[in-house]
Ligand binder design. Structure first.
Ligand code: ATP
Ligand code: HSE
Length: 316
C-alpha cells in the first residue's frame, strides 16, 4: 500500500481549482510504492498522478528532482513533469504534506523482463545520461559509498536476527568493496534506483521512467550497476540471467559511450550497489513491524546477488 495520507474530495477539488486541468471526476489510491502517497486522479480534462511527499522524501530536495525531470522531459526522455498551477507553482501543500500534480504516463512495469525489454530500458538510461551531461545542479548522494559503514553501525548486530553472522559478513564485504571503490570515474546526476518497477513499458517500448526521489550526483556508471543488480536476477537473487545482463549493457552503450574505465569498474560498482540495497532493506526489515501494511523487501536477496558478483565477473 502507499496511501499514508488521506485527501478529502473537498480538499482535492480546491487543489485542482488552482490549475487549468479540469474538474475532479475520481481519485483512487495507488497500492504500489512504499515511499510516498500516490493517487490516480481523473478530471474532466485528463488523468494525473497526485503525489503527497511523506517523511522519507526530503522536501527541500524537491526542486532538484523536479528540475531534473523538466530537463529530461525537455530533451525527449519519457519522464513525468510536475505540473505548475496557474501561478507557476508546482510544489503545493495538501493535507499537511508537500504535494505535486504529475503527468500520467501510460505503460506497466514488468516483473520478468525479456532481453528486448532490458535492451530498451538500458537504452533509456543511456539516453538519460546523455541528456544529464547538460544538467548542472547537484545533490550529494545520501546513500553513497561513504555512508555505508555508518549505516551498518546504525543497524548494529540486530542485523544477525535476519541471518546469523550477517553483520560480520557484511562488515568484511564492505571493507573490501570500499578499499577498491573507484574514486576517479565521471560523476553526474543519476537516477540511482532504476529497478524494473520504476520503468513503465508497452511491449518492448519504454513509455515512462519514474520515481526520481533517490536521484543524486554520484559515479555515473554506478547507475548502470544498480540497474544490473535489479534487472538481471530473479526476485530472490538466486538466478542470474546473462542474456538480460548483456542486453542492459548493450542497450545502454548504444546510447552512451561507456569508457574502458567505467566498464572495468562495473563489477565493483555492482558489489557496492548490492551492499547499499542490502543495508537499506535490512534497516527497513528491522524497523518495520511484520504486520505493517507495507511489504518489507528481503535483504538476503541482495546478499545472494553480492555472492554472485563475488564468484564470477558477470560483465565479462
Ligand atoms: N507519472 C506516472 N504515470 C503513471 N503511473 C505512475 C506515475 N508515477 C507513479 N505511477 C504509479 O504509481 C506507483 C507508485 O509510484 P512510485 O514508484 O513513484 O512510488 P513511491 O512510493 O514514491 O516509490 P517507491 O517505488 O520507491 O516505493 C508506480 O508503481 C506506478 O504504478
Ligand atoms: N528499489 C529499492 C527500494 C527503494 O530504494 C529496493 O528494492 O530495495
Amino acid at each position: 500500500m502507499a496511501v499514508y495520507t488521506q485527501v478529502s474530495a473537498e480538499a482535492l477539488g480546491a487543489f485542482l481549482a488552482r490549475y487549468d486541468h479540469g474538474e475532479l471526476l475520481s481519485a483512487k489510491g495507488i497500492a504500489e510504492g512504499v515511499q510516498n502517497s500516490n493517487y490516480l486522479v481523473e478530471t474532466t480534462a485528463d488523468r494525473f498522478i497526485l503525489t503527497l511527499y511523506e517523511e522519507r522524501t526530503s522536501t527541500e530536495d524537491l526542486p532538484f528532482f523536479l528540475d531534473m525531470l523538466d530537463h529530461l522531459a525537455s530533451d525527449g526522455n519519457p519522464v513525468p513533469r510536475a505540473l505548475p498551477d496557474r501561478d507557476g507553482v508546482a510544489i503545493q501543500q495538501l493535507a499537511g504534506r508537500s504535494a505535486c500534480l504529475i503527468e500520467f504516463l501510460t505503460g506497466v512495469s514488468v516483473s520478468h523482463p525479456t532481453a528486448a525489454q532490458a535492451y530498451a530500458a538500458g537504452a533509456a538510461m543511456g539516453h538519460m545520461h546523455t541528456s544529464l551531461a547538460g544538467f548542472a545542479q547537484t545533490r550529494a548522494n545520501p546513500l553513497g559509498a561513504d555512508t555505508w559503514q555508518p549505516f551498518l553501525a546504525r543497524c548494529g548486530r540486530a542485523i544477525d536476527s535476519i541471518e546469523p553472522g550477517l553483520f560480520d559478513r557484511t562488515e568484511a564485504a564492505l571493507a573490501s568493496v570500499l578499499a577498491q571503490w573507484p574514486r576517479d570515474l565521471p560523476i553526474a546526476a543519476i537516477h540511482s534506483d532504476l529497478f524494473p518497477d520504476n520503468v513503465l513499458m508497452l511491449g518492448d517500448r519504454v513509455t515512462g521512467v519514474i520515481d526520481f526521489y533517490f536521484a543524486c550526483t554520484d559515479i555515473r556508471a554506478y547507475d548502470l550497476a544498480v540497474m544490473h543488480t535489479s534487472w538481471a536476477f530473479d526476485g530472490n537473487g538466486e538466478n542470474y540471467n546473462a542474456a538480460i545482463g548483456k542486453a542492459l549493457i548493450d542497450g545502454y552503450a548504444g546510447q552512451f559511450a561507456l569508457s574502458d574505465a567505467e566498464r572495468g569498474a562495473l563489477p565493483i560498482l555492482a558489489r557496492g550497489a548490492c551492499l547499499r540495497f542490502l543495508l537499506t532493506r535490512a534497516w527497513d526489515w528491522l524497523n518495520t513491524p511484520a504486520d505493517a501494511l507495507v511489504t518489507r523487501k528481503d535483504p538476503l536477496a541482495y546478499w545472494r546477488r553480492l555472492e554472485a558478483y563475488l564468484k564470477d565477473d558477470l560483465f565479462a
